[in-house]
Design a protein around this ligand. Structure first.
Ligand code: 5GP
Length: 292
């Protein structure tokens, strides 16, 4: 370990004052970002002329955007293969570009993002589409709360927020959900505030939810675009549900029965897309946000 330089009392006091001032600058930047007053590109610009901002950790900056938080900030960095310890000044050109795609500037004052609701029978591939959309575009994909037990490959705060029955009930009573529904014996809900914040910031939002929740969203937000994802065929859906090793046989049977009921409801949606190829579905969803 290198030996720290010997400092005089005066030098120590100066170093201390400098780090306190840097912390204050960073706190002010974070609070402006949090309130929506500063975009990511604006922070990058400011960092060019301010050492304190340039030395700020990227994870710290991202988690101050509303609706992001620590878990999500780390997940974004992982996905973009940016080290969790990276500072703004250490970001490469491609990394900056990817982050700016993720956190775009507001298009114009007051312009809201579009709200897309992706629904369809269980097993049709909604979550695969949502994941692909998240990695290929600047869509903000909502994380739902659920009372379901986590599957072995799921992470709290990334795939879902796993709630107890009591926690879920409290959130319902406090009107914290934009919509919620019971599905195959568990409850699922979309936390309201992060969705509203993201739309207000001009970001396009995707909800990946079951059908009765989608209908609730349309009632409270008629501008929402409801998309029904269709399987290429009924046989294909059966084989996907049967092959889902993460569910018990009883659960798979219940989901199959539900899927049959769900397919009938396609007509209530703004449009249907057949999930032949995930990339095509993703392109069509992105295309929907370009329409006036
Ligand atoms: P799974 O248990 O397989 O993750 O999800 C079961 C169903 O619940 C899927 O159809 C999924 O789209 C739906 N779902 C997930 N999150 C929500 C939510 O927040 N609200 C509603 N209404 N459905 C959800």
């Amino acid at each position: 370990m290198p030996i720290p330089p010997k400092l005089t009392a005066q030098q120590r006091a100066a170093a201390l004052a400098k780090s306190t001032a840097a912390r204050q600058v960073r706190a002010a930047i974070k609070s402006r970002v949090k309130s929506g007053g500063l975009s990511l590109s604006a922070v990058f610009d400011l960092a060019q002329g301010d050492e304190a901002i340039a030395k700020m950790r990227v994870v710290e900056l991202l988690e101050s955007f509303s609706g992001v938080g620590k878990v999500r900030a780390i997940a974004i960095l992982d996905r973009l293969t940016i080290s969790q310890t990276r500072r703004i000044q250490g970001l490469g050109i491609a990394q900056r570009k990817n982050l700016l795609r993720e956190f775009p500037d507001r298009t114009s004052a007051g312009e809201r993002g579009k709200l897309l609701v992706l629904s369809g029978p269980g097993g049709v591939g909604k979550s695969t589409v949502a994941k692909a959309l998240r990695s290929k575009s600047s869509f903000w994909v909502s994380i739902s709360a659920t009372t379901r037990v986590a599957r072995h490959n799921e992470v709290d705060g990334v795939d879902y927020f796993f709630y107890t029955e009591g926690e879920f009930e409290n959130a319902v009573k406090s009107n914290l959900f934009l919509e919620w529904a019971e599905f195959a014996g568990n409850r699922y809900g979309t936390p309201r505030k992060p969705v509203e914040d993201a739309l207000r910031e001009g970001r396009n939002v995707l909800l990946e939810i079951e059908i009765s929740g989608a209908k609730q969203v349309k009632q409270s937000a008629p501008e929402a675009i409801l998309i029904f994802l269709q399987p290429p065929s009924w046989e294909e859906l059966v084989s996907r549900l049967e092959g889902r090793g993460t569910d018990s046989p009883e659960r798979r049977a219940a989901r199959l029965a539900l899927a049959q009921e769900e397919l009938v409801q396609a007509g209530l949606f703004d449009l249907s897309i057949v999930n032949e190829r995930v990339e095509e579905v993703v392109e069509r969803l992105i295309g929907l946000t370009n329409k006036p």
